[in-house]
Design a binder for this molecule. Structure first.
Ligand SMILES: [Zn+2]
Ligand SMILES: [Zn+2]
Length: 260
């Protein structure tokens, strides 16, 4: 499997992954132009994509879904509630490109499964994608790290794990109180500390690549997210490098290009 976070953060998300034969995007929450240029930067041709998976309807995940689907004739995969909720954001999609799923499915040689994620959206999911040998997961936009999420991603070789904010930076930061309450709540986003604790639990199953993503531009700093998670893993008895390959996904450029 290959994996590359094109953009990951509160300002827009799009993740590229696939096998030798099948290439997909998970979310497309920036302008079409930004996503096309990021794909070209990593040597991928957008017209050769096999589809786009959508986690949920928020604009930082859906902004270019319609544009890319229309321009490159790409199938779009989402559950029924997300389709309903995102319709207004994405414009008209050709009937043959509307893919509604309610159970695991395949795209080319990729097996796709989902898990529910607690978030203030219609029916937010995360994805685990496998070529039959290796698998990668995307788990972001989660207010809490649930058992269902853990079970959905625990066997993956690479996990993009949300590390959205530093709790103190949210509390003392510029956001209005209702927004602070939303971010910190059970339907909001995962903090650096909770991300570290989740990573520690996941790594009990063996070595993995963990890519920290969906960082806030206002309530986090990349070095702080990395250090916070690293400290929790070290305190938990893990050795950096030997037990975990930890990295950060950038908000503004392609990063974490990996083969697993
Ligand atoms: Zn969201
Ligand atoms: Zn988001």
């Amino acid at each position: 499997m290959i994996f590359c976070s094109l953009y990951s953060g509160s300002s827009g998300n799009s993740i590229f992954t696939g096998s030798e034969r099948t290439r997909i995007l998970i979310d497309a929450g920036l302008t079409g132009k930004s996503i096309i240029s990021a794909l070209e930067n990593i040597g991928e041709n957008p017209s050769e994509l096999n589809g786009i998976l959508v986690t949920h309807e928020h604009i930082d995940h859906t902004k270019a879904i319609g544009i890319l689907s229309r321009r490159f004739n790409l199938p779009v995969y989402a559950n029924a509630k997300t389709w309903q909720a995102m319709q207004a954001n994405i414009g008209k999609i050709s009937e043959s490109n509307i893919m509604v799923f309610d159970r695991p499915f395949t795209i080319g040689d990729l097996e796709v499964s989902t898990f529910r994620v607690p978030h203030d959206a219609a029916a937010c999911v995360g994805y685990t994608i496998s070529d039959g040998k290796k698998s990668v997961s995307v788990a972001t936009d989660m207010g809490v790290f649930t058992e269902e999420i853990r079970l959905g991603i625990k066997d993956s070789d690479l996990i993009l794990l949300e590390s959205n904010h530093d709790i103190e930076m949210v509390k003392f930061g510029p956001y209005p109180y209702p927004l602070k309450r939303r971010i910190l709540g059970e339907l909001g986003h995962l903090s650096n500390v909770d991300s570290g604790l989740a990573a520690l639990e996941l790594l009990r199953n063996g070595k993995k690549k963990i890519v920290l993503g969906h960082l806030s531009g206002t309530n986090n700093v990349p070095e702080l997210a990395y250090k916070t998670v690293e400290n929790i893993l070290i305190e938990g008895g893990l050795k950096m490098g030997a037990d975990v390959d930890l990295s950060l996904a950038s908000r503004i450029r392609p990063s974490s290009y990996s083969e697993v």
